[in-house]
Ligand binder design. Structure first.
Ligand code: ATP
Ligand code: MG
Length: 247
């Protein structure tokens, strides 16, 4: 780890960059992942680098949906593994979800490196290596998922997913919780619960809500989900960006 003074005004952003860089060095994150991070940072800057009240509500709805799910799966790619490995494991524990590695630029080597990395952070089982099912409507490599994982899931949390796959999953009837800082991306547009927030903040927030909601009844969770309006959430995020001051 490098030394960044916590007082630095861009502390979080610098730490994030460093984690992504380390991810590339470790063979976990692809070079494309660096570009995706840059794209995300631009939006985060415009959103004031904090969780908006609207995103907070989305994170609560996401926790409710994960707790209601029969078979929830958390999808992990190279950026997610570099940024929040331990946090993903904690969320999986809090919601009784499976973790599956799911890569845009899929190589066996990177799949294994990510699975190992997650295990180093406490994951007991990591799916994705079986790749014995296909999401319909995608080209061969990008369609690969585990039959007893994402393929069978009723709710999938897909942080930083690419638009094509988010759409193909939605067409399969899977409910998607998408974390993506771009409120206009195709991924957020196809989500049942779009979370426009940095994954660094979003994952611990969802976990916190899940712990709070753990003892709630089915009806209360349904209510929490029903109160959430996806179109509204995206609209709020866009308004925040448009009205933000760029100091
Ligand atoms: P589309 O969804 O429109 O098809 P894409 O999926 O091809 O676009 P990418 O650049 O591959 O676009 O996806 C990266 C997405 O992830 C961007 O929308 C970016 O805002 C988002 N992103 C990157 N880093 C983070 C982060 N740390 N937290 C949340 N979102 C992030
Ligand atoms: Mg996208």
């Amino acid at each position: 780890e490098i030394d960044i003074p916590e007082s630095h005004p861009r502390y979080e952003s610098l730490l994030t960059r460093h984690r992504i860089e380390a991810g590339v060095e470790k063979g976990i994150t692809s070079k494309q992942g660096l570009i995706a991070q840059g794209r995300g940072e631009a939006f985060d800057y415009l959103l004031g680098e904090e969780t908006t009240p609207s995103a907070k509500r989305a994170e609560r709805a996401a926790a409710a949906q994960l707790l209601l799910a029969e078979k929830p799966v958390l999808s992990v790619n190279g950026n997610v593994a570099a940024l929040v490995p331990g946090e993903m494991v904690e969320l999986a524990d809090a919601t009784d979800a499976d973790i599956e590695v799911n890569l845009f630029n899929r190589t066996r080597k990177r799949m294994v490196a990510i699975a190992d990395h997650l295990q180093e952070h406490g994951a007991t089982e990591v799916k994705g290596l079986a790749a014995d099912a296909r999401i319909p409507g995608l080209d061969h490599e990008r369609a690969k998922v585990d039959e007893d994982g994402i393929y069978a899931a009723d709710v999938v949390l897909v942080p930083l997913e690419d638009g094509d796959r988010a759409q193909a999953l939605a067409e399969m009837g899977t409910s998607e919780i998408v974390i993506d800082l771009n409120p206009r991306s195709r991924s957020t547009q196809h989500a049942t619960v779009p979370i426009v927030d940095n994954i660094i903040r979003a994952i611990p927030n969802i976990t916190e809500h899940a712990r709070e909601l753990a003892d709630s009844g089915h009806e209360q969770l349904e209510q929490c989900l029903k109160e959430f309006d996806a179109a509204d959430a995206l609209d709020n995020a866009e308004q925040t960006i448009r009205q933000g001051d760029l100091s």
